[in-house]
Design a protein around this ligand. Structure first.
Ligand code: DC
Length: 226
């Protein structure tokens, strides 16, 4: 086995996936891939070019025409598409409200999954999303399924938005998270679900360092098993 492995982290919205995935990638010197940012970027492009969220063919054309790239910077990972830094724009409510619809489309998923598999080919990737352990990287050596109560997740997202200067209402946020979870878990194509061999971690009441330590311990055990 190579000295690097792939770590798949799935879970519902705001379960802490990206926060812990980023820290783990840094600690292990791995590449972090935020697949949610890819679905968000396609949604952003659809808004920009006024493409209907149900027009699968036109959305696939957008993906082909405008490759999504990630760049490391001092401020963290940046997302670029169509020559623009969209890191902040893809978190705006307009994108968040519509991304589930775009992410439910089979052809869109196929295109983005292909790109995600290429990124993970050389191993040493921490990838977070909804279908990483089930569809994108079914052979990932470490699979984690992170969950947390809706209340705790809404509080986290609220704080995150405040820090980024994005105005939002707590109750609305909670409702939107619950709605998105329902939609993401009940869609026909690659719904959010725990892979059979994924380890479930309920992060309600856990600190970020505690979650990071739990996952890194699992990864180290896997590496030692060789
Ligand atoms: O993790 P996030 O909130 O940035 O994800 C945005 C949306 O993209 C979310 O509604 C579910 C969808 N998504 C998906 O369907 N599959 C993934 N691998 C990642 C995200």
């Amino acid at each position: 086995m190579s000295d690097k492995l792939n770590i798949a982290i799935d879970g519902p919205a705001s379960s802490g996936k990206s926060t812990v995935a980023k820290i783990i990638a840094k600690d292990l010197n791995y590449i972090y891939t935020d697949t949610g940012a890819m679905y968000r970027s396609v949604t952003y492009l659809a808004l920009k070019y006024q493409v209907d969220f149900a027009d699968e063919k036109a959305l696939v054309e957008l993906i082909q025409r405008y490759p999504i790239t990630f760049k490391q910077s001092k401020e963290g990972q940046l997302v670029f598409v169509d020559g623009e830094d969209v890191t902040t724009a893809i978190r705006l409510p307009e994108v968040t409200q519509n991304v589930s619809q775009v992410a439910a489309l089979k052809a869109v998923r196929q295109k983005l999954v292909q790109q995600q598999q290429v990124i993970a080919k050389a191993k040493g990737v921490v990838m977070d999303g909804r279908d990483i352990g089930t569809v994108v990287l079914p052979d990932a050596e470490v699979k984690i399924f992170l969950v947390a109560s809706v209340d705790e997740r809404a509080q986290r997202r609220y704080k995150e938005n405040q820090e980024k200067g994005i105005a939002c209402d707590y109750e609305e946020l909670k409702e939107a998270i619950a709605k998105r979870d329902y939609y993401d878990s009940h869609r026909e194509n690659s719904p959010l679900k725990q892979a059979k061999d994924a380890i479930l971690i309920d992060t309600t009441g856990m600190s970020i360092p505690e979650v990071v330590l739990a996952i890194e311990t699992i990864a180290k055990e896997k590496l030692n098993q060789g």
